[in-house]
Write a protein that binds this ligand. Sequence first.
Ligand SMILES: Cc1cc2nc3c(=O)[nH]c(=O)nc-3n(C[C@H](O)[C@H](O)[C@H](O)COP(=O)(O)OP(=O)(O)OC[C@H]3O[C@@H](n4cnc5c(N)ncnc54)[C@H](O)[C@@H]3O)c2cc1C
Length: 408
Amino acid sequence: MSSFDVIIIGGGPTGLSTAITIAKNSSLKTLVLEEHSEIGNPLACGEGISAEKLLTLENMPNVSQKKDPLTLKFQEEDSFIEREIISQRFFFGSTGVATSNLNTVTINRPLFDKLLAKEAENRGTNIKLKSQVIGINQKNQNLEVRTQKDIFSAPLVIGCDGPSAHSVQMMNLSPPTEYVQGIEYKIDGVHTDALDFYFNFRDFPKMHYGWVFPKKSHTNVGIVTDTASKPKKVLGKFLDYLQNSNMKNSTIIKEIAGIIPASGPIPKKYCNNFMAAGDAAGMTNTIFYGGIAIGIHTGMLAGETAIDAHNSQMFDEEFLSRYQTRVDSFPYSDPAIQKAHEILYSKFSPTDIETFGSLLDGWNITTISRLQKLILLFKAMKKPSNLKRINDVRTVAYGFSKSRDWGF
Ligand SMILES: Cc1cc2nc3c(=O)[nH]c(=O)nc-3n(C[C@H](O)[C@H](O)[C@H](O)COP(=O)(O)OP(=O)(O)OC[C@H]3O[C@@H](n4cnc5c(N)ncnc54)[C@H](O)[C@@H]3O)c2cc1C
């Protein structure tokens, strides 16, 4: 049995960010256990993310040395960046299109994950592939982590094993209680210059939203549905809809799919000798369902807490509770996002979303002023049926704005 200072379960962005944080700031002996034979494969991602968030995350491969804070431009060496995009469009049924101008990027996610792994390994982290964790047991003051072939031991284990959250369950914490399914086709040709989001509850009652994201030489077209739906059927219908409206016929190059936690942050993200981060802790943005930036950030916080725990030689849950306090202080933990998620995806009717669309049609929501907000409110109040919805609309708008910085 090999012993380590910290064992990280999962070699996705969250686990690798945790490893980089620890390796950068301490000499702790860290092991990452990844069940697959290759980092970044299989892929389950729309590959869209806020550029500003990406540039402020210290654990991006070399980005901190290269960033230009004035222009927020990536340098050519950032080969994982496929496109820098400064325009987003939000289609609300057929009644309206709102825009925004956020610095966003599409990335090559497999390459991105591999660069994070390289950074972690260059800094001294051990990464063990083909190592699926099948059990965690308390042994004296340590946790023993079992794979099919080996047993590893450490006083601190960090669960970064993605949406399945098996590690969280093995530690008897409550995993996410609700999931959605994401499915995407990579289609040939580039069909948009913007990141496009389709909220269309009338034509697609089973779809939360659909996305069309341009890459260098192809386009990602995907949808999110609840787990009871047949996602492939909905995606096929969505692609037909796009091809009948503004997109030329195109060939499907690849299909990818995965599940995404949708119940918000799990109530307790730590216990004796253990912390959970990223998707495993339910840390996704439940409006757009992105989780890369939040995973990297919560990984950084878990890594910093792991160093503090080793410096103090305190691995009990009272000490580790400081991790949750820190996670809870960031905007992605704001309960308003989950409230907005529930109203938008469970209470809003096709008519509600169309009303939302007709009110916002033509507006740029990044630069909306106070006066414009008042005008919107006035326009909304002219229709008595909107009045009873006004609070819900405000909650959704607030959650929307809180969530959009943290990835799509
Ligand atoms: C279709 C789809 C589209 C998406 N689009 C976007 C997007 O455009 N932008 C965005 O920001 N987010 C997007 N997301 C969400 C994003 O992919 C996740 O939030 C992100 O990958 C979370 O990172 P993570 O490291 O926490 O988990 P993961 O990336 O899932 O990594 C977990 C790792 O743990 C490994 N693992 C699991 N169990 C074990 C085990 N028992 N033992 C060892 N290893 C294990 C897995 O193999 C995996 O490598 C999308 C998700 C889906 C499904």
